[in-house]
Structure formats: structure tokens, C-alpha cells
Design a protein. Structure first.
Length: 489
């Protein structure tokens, strides 16, 4: 019989956001060519008996080969990060092209494109961090970036080097709205954190645990309230990233109930870690310092509740990889205080195994919810659907085959990033990806990588549904009424 297909995955249980079914899946020319029982005629076959066949993961919040808000280059480049992602069942990353205040956006984009194209082993896209929204940036650079398929910006309300004023945020939100981009926001009140940090450090309290105390949950709550008010004023969609608090989740829930286009993301560190992890002996707690910090059990439960009622549609790693040495976490060695610690935790490779183990295997979430959180919601939100995030004829053949029966203990040495530690060391994890396929190529099989540097492709994106300018009522700025904003109704 002629080989109609390049690859056939047989006898698996296919799971999408819509449901599960037993079927074979065939691939031709990098795309899904057929889904049906009893397919045959392929150059290569994989027997997926007893396994789950799901869309490859999309991690839409990753920091790769990026200089941080503290001026530190992170540990992973586009090769190590995407290799690590692939081993964890992720086939697309969206990372940040980060403007710092002295940089021009076209140069920033050219630089990230060049570095990713040389090294990435899976497909990738970028969000643009906007740190200096001047007139030219607003009038020319941002609209041009959007026209080239870069459909999302990230803004910071804290970090001295990156934060924008409310007026600057309104400027960027207005451009995003007019041209069909989605704005992601790091929402923490800068003044509250800085004031507390000064008091703590002044009193000699400098261990990592004080990081969690200073990034008080009220700082997140205040900033989420404010960004929602700003977004409502100009009727722009916003996605609050790395939401960590009971209060923050509740505020987003209420805004959505009012019909506002406000979305929320949470991350493994808010489901699986707490502030107690920062209170390990000496500087060890620095391994868990990220912003916002992990909170308490009540906040973890609120994150799960936000996931199950759809308030938090996005589950991303916020992979921010720094080694536990002077190149990363501890820039001043033994003298490093909580104010100096590089912010961020790694999570690209374990994001999905942790969610599968703690979510699906415990019965806390369904397989359909797992697919949405790991892949489909990201594709829909960031303008990649149905090319990515779906098992359907015509979609890219980005697929992860999971064995729910495999149980392993997480250790740093099993991971493929360049970090050298994992915050999840010693955790028992049930359910792992065993075969990972990107555009029809089997790039990971039984723990072995089969992918060349640079095979990953840049993904220009469509406007996401929430950010599509057509169909929105676009008022003249002169019509805005700051107190009664009818814009989003
Ligand atoms: N906080 C951020 O804002 N970005 C990277 C990681 C972190 O902890
Ligand atoms: Zn952030
Ligand atoms: Zn981040």
C-alpha cells in the first residue's frame, strides 16, 4: 500500500478542549491530515495504546535570553529553553522581546528575531515589553509591530527600569485598542513594595523571606484595580499576568461579570509553592523569589477556583531562569539581600507535568480543562488558533503523547534548562509526555531529542478575538467621560 501519510499515531485517546475520543491521527506535510479510526498507510507509525494524544503545549509567558528588570541576562538561551520546553510537552513558546528605556523598538525586535531564529527548536512568537512609549513609538513602532503579527504588549506597573505611569499606560492601551493588540500587565503597586522594602532593609531584615512580605498582597490588589480602571476608561482588553492573590482574582472576576474584557493568568508557583518556601535556611529561599511571590494555602485554593470558574483562563510558567549563583540569583554572593535577588523561577519543562499530576491525576480538573489551560486557551487568546492549540485536520501537527501511568520524581538533573535547580525538587509527578511532535517532526521520543537548532519558526499572529478592532465601538477621545465610561458596554 502506498504511504499516504508521513506519520500515523494509532490507538490513542485524543483529547481536545471539546472532548475525548478514541481515534488514529495522521500527519502529512507538517499538518494534521486525517483523524479517524482504522487509518493506515504511513512511513512511520507510533502506537499510542493506553496513552493520551493532546495538542502540544503553548507556554505564553516565558523569559528567554532576556535581560531582566534588574539588568541580568537570564540563564536560558533560545536553544536550552526550547529544548527544555519540548521535553515537557510544550511545542510553542511566546517569550518577550524586551525594550529597556534606552532602546529603539525596531532594534529590539531585530535582535530577538535573529537570536531565536538561530537557536529555537520549536515554534515561537514574541510579546513586546514597552518601557519607553514616546511619540514615535506610539505612532509608528507599535502599529508597525502589530502589522507584522506581534499582537501583544507587556507593561509593568513596578520595577524601576520598566514601570510606566498611568498616563503612559493609557497611551499604550489606546494604541493597542486602535490596532488590535492585547496588553498584558504586571500589576503590583511600586510605591507600596519600595516603601516596605526600605523599612525592612533599614531594620536589618534582608533574608529572602522579606521579599514575600514586601510584595504584599495589597500591592497586587491595588494595581489590578487600577489597571482595570485604566482599561475601562479606553475600552481596551487587558490580561493581568501571574495573578497570585485571593483579592486580585476576585477583582478580575467582578470586572468580567460587568462585561469588561479583563483576563487573568496564573502560574505553577502560585498553585504549588507558598511564601514558606522563601523561608528556607540562609539564602536558599532565593530560589523561590519571584514577583509576585508565592502566597499561602488560601491563595492556592483561590487560584484553583479561578481556574475552574474561568476567571483565570491562562496557565503559563513565567519561566524566568536564573542560576543559584552570582550570575543570577545571588549577584552579591553571600551578601545578597532580598532586594538584590534576581526575580523569577524556572518552570518551562515542569509546567504541564505538574498540572497533569496535581490537576488531572487527582481529579481536580478534567482532561478537556487540561488541554485548554496547557494549549488551546493560549492559542485563542494570542491569535494562534486554529493553527496551534487544536487537533483538527489542517492544524499544525504539534502534538504531545502523554503516558498517564509514568511516575517520576522531579529533580534538577532530569531537566534540560540551564538553571541547575528546580523549585519542585523531590516532587512525585504522575503523568509525563513520552513523545512530542512539532509540525509533524518527532522532536522528543522516550527522553531523546531529535531536533536541530534553528528548526523552530517565528509565528506571526492574528488579532485575538478579544482584541479585534473591527466591531468595537471606537469613540473619539473627546467623547470620553472619565466618570461614566460607556465604552465597553
Ligand atoms: N517577575 C517578573 O515580573 N518577571 C519575571 C519573573 C518575575 O518574578
Ligand atoms: Zn511580570
Ligand atoms: Zn514574567
Amino acid at each position: 500500500m502506498a504511504n499516504t501519510y508521513d506519520l500515523l499515531i494509532r490507538n490513542g485517546k485524543l483529547a481536545t478542549a471539546e472532548g475525548t475520543r478514541d481515534a488514529d491521527l495522521a500527519v502529512r506535510d507538517g499538518r494534521i491530515a486525517a483523524i479517524a479510526p482504522g487509518l493506515c498507510g504511513a512511513r512511520r507509525e507510533i502506537d499510542a495504546t493506553g496513552k493520551l494524544v493532546v495538542p502540544g503545549g503553548i507556554d505564553s509567558h516565558t523569559h528567554i535570553e532576556q535581560v531582566s528588570a534588574f539588568g541580568i541576562m537570564c540563564a536560558d538561551d533560545f536553544h536550552s529553553a526550547t529544548v527544555s520546553a519540548a521535553h515537557g510537552g510544550t511545542t510553542t513558546t511566546i517569550s518577550f522581546a524586551a525594550q529597556h528605556r534606552d532602546m529603539l523598538i525596531p532594534e529590539v525586535l531585530a535582535d530577538y528575531h535573529r537570536r531565536a531564529a538561530e537557536k529555537a527548536v520549536i515554534d515561537y512568537a514574541f510579546h513586546l515589553i514597552v518601557a519607553n512609549p514616546t511619540g514615535d513609538t506610539l505612532d509608528e513602532d507599535l502599529p508597525r509591530a502589530i502589522a507584522h503579527g506581534l499582537r501583544s504588549f507587556k507593561l509593568y506597573m513596578t520595577y524601576e527600569r520598566l514601570r510606566l505611569s498611568d498616563e503612559q499606560i493609557l497611551d499604550v492601551l489606546s494604541v493597542a485598542r486602535a490596532h488590535g493588540a492585547l496588553t498584558m500587565v504586571h500589576a503590583e503597586n511600586h510605591g507600596m513594595i519600595g516603601w516596605l522594602a526600605g523599612k525592612m532593609a533599614g531594620a536589618g531584615n534582608v533574608l529572602p523571606r522579606y521579599h514575600a512580605i514586601c510584595h504584599t498582597r495589597g500591592a497586587e490588589a491595588e494595581a489590578i484595580n487600577r489597571i482595570i480602571a485604566l482599561a475601562e476608561l479606553v475600552d481596551a482588553p487587558v490580561l493581568v499576568v501571574h495573578v497570585s492573590t485571593v483579592e486580585g482574582i476576585d477583582t478580575i472576576r467582578k470586572a468580567r461579570a460587568r462585561g469588561l474584557k479583563v483576563f487573568g493568568e496564573t502560574c505553577p508557583q502560585y498553585l504549588f509553592l507558598t511564601a514558606k518556601d522563601l523561608d528556607r535556611g540562609g539564602l536558599d529561599g532565593a530560589m523561590f523569589c519571584c514577583s509576585p511571590p508565592p502566597r499561602d494555602e488560601a491563595a492556592q485554593q483561590a487560584c484553583w477556583a479561578g481556574i475552574s470558574d474561568g476567571t483565570l483562563e491562562m496557565y503559563s510558567s513565567d519561566h524566568a531562569p536564573y542560576r543559584f549563583d552570582a550570575s543570577g540569583k545571588l549577584p552579591k554572593g553571600e551578601k545578597t539581600t532580598f532586594k538584590d535577588v534576581a526575580n523569577g523561577v524556572p518552570g518551562l519543562e515542569l509546567r504541564l507535568p505538574l498540572l497533569f499530576s496535581e490537576g488531572v491525576a487527582t481529579g481536580r480538573i478534567s482532561l478537556e480543562e487540561f488541554v485548554k489551560l496547557s494549549s488551546t486557551n493560549h492559542a485563542r487568546t494570542y491569535g494562534l488558533y486554529p493553527r496551534k492549540g487544536e487537533l483538527a485536520v489542517g492544524s499544525d501537527a504539534d502534538i504531545a503523547i502523554w503516558d498517564p501511568a509514568v511516575k517520576r520524581t522531579a529533580t534538577a538533573s532530569m531537566l534540560h534548562d540551564a538553571v541547575g535547580y528546580t523549585p519542585y525538587e523531590g516532587r512525585s509527578i504522575s503523568g509525563w509526555p513520552v513523545t512530542v511532535i512539532s509540525r509533524g517532526d518527532v522532536i522528543v521520543h522516550e527522553g531523546e531529542l531529535h531536533a536541530e537548532r534553528g528548526r523552530g519558526r517565528y509565528l506571526a499572529r492574528e488579532a485575538a478575538d478579544s482584541a479585534r478592532p473591527a466591531g468595537l465601538h471606537v469613540p473619539e477621545v473627546s467623547q470620553l467621560d472619565a466618570w461614566d465610561t460607556p465604552l465597553s458596554r
